[in-house]
Design a protein. Sequence first.
Length: 363
Amino acid sequence: MITDTTAIPLLPPLDARIPKWSLQKLEFRRCPLCRGGNSPSLMRPDRLPVAFCGDCQLWYIAGIPPLDEIEKLYQGYWFSFRPKELSKAYANRLTSDTGLLKDDIRLNRLSALAGGLKAKRLLEIGCGCGELLVAARHRGASVFGNDISQEACSFVKDRLGIPVFQGPLSDSGFREEFGLMDMVVMSDLIEHPVEPLDTFAAALNVLKPGGLLLILTPNGGAAPEDPQMASQWVGFRVDLEHLQYFSSATVSVLADRHDCLIEHLETVGYPGLKGIDRAPADTNHRSWRTAIKASLRKSLMARRLIHAVRAARRHPDPRCGTYHLVTVLRKRRASQRQLVDIGALQKALRPQSEHQWTAENER
């Protein structure tokens, strides 16, 4: 258990959504990829300590709150923490907009690498409210969703008509119900799980040999190893439900260890900071401005005009940004019977025994 963090620099708050953890119950957490022990060198505004693993080139939360508190955060996630309009009207807007996400970098990169999305089987892990899945379906893909949020799964399944697997992805259960996928997408997901390696392995296991795995995540590589320089990165001060921060070097390490090919790797975009210093609005008590905007969105012509105005105002070019890391991995072609054994992977990735690690960190 972590007891003394007084010497660790505390970063100033930026995001108004600061989870209230039981800080007196934090448990020391090793690197979630290699299980190496690293001392924390920064403290986020929510007072969770952050450490850097040089072997995996990964920043991660080194003091984990009780698991039930983390799970509780995601109960009603789209109602309170990130309020979203999960209505029939919103579903109709998504399904009627054939140009939805036409410039989306994720779908465009996958389409370029796979020769189009038509007739491709695509799963999004952490699908949220299903916007990307609807856009992929507009392009001809056969789409499937997965999320731990009950309200999100109900919306995607009942309102959007997309098959959904609810809960942590059980690779064997998913395969039995839906079969193997040509593509798997994880957008703003891999930074959330307590055990990201489990999620990564499960994604590979539902992919066909030669299938593509796209990961979009905040670019932890923008935070240098030096704590003083790393403290300037905005990623440690926003979206405080994140538990690890991947870099391009982390992706390279994972690809090598998991026998994947890196087909594409780039950084793009800027953090969405507009209004982040204000608490989320109550969707049950909308202002007159919000009501007018909602009314305008019901018109396809109005939505396209709004998108055009936003595009014209966009500056600087998001393609020049480095906040997000976008990578596409290809699963090497092999027998479908050669599935990833997560226990064996964790054992192989662990650089030293539990006994050795404990002994070294008790000195």
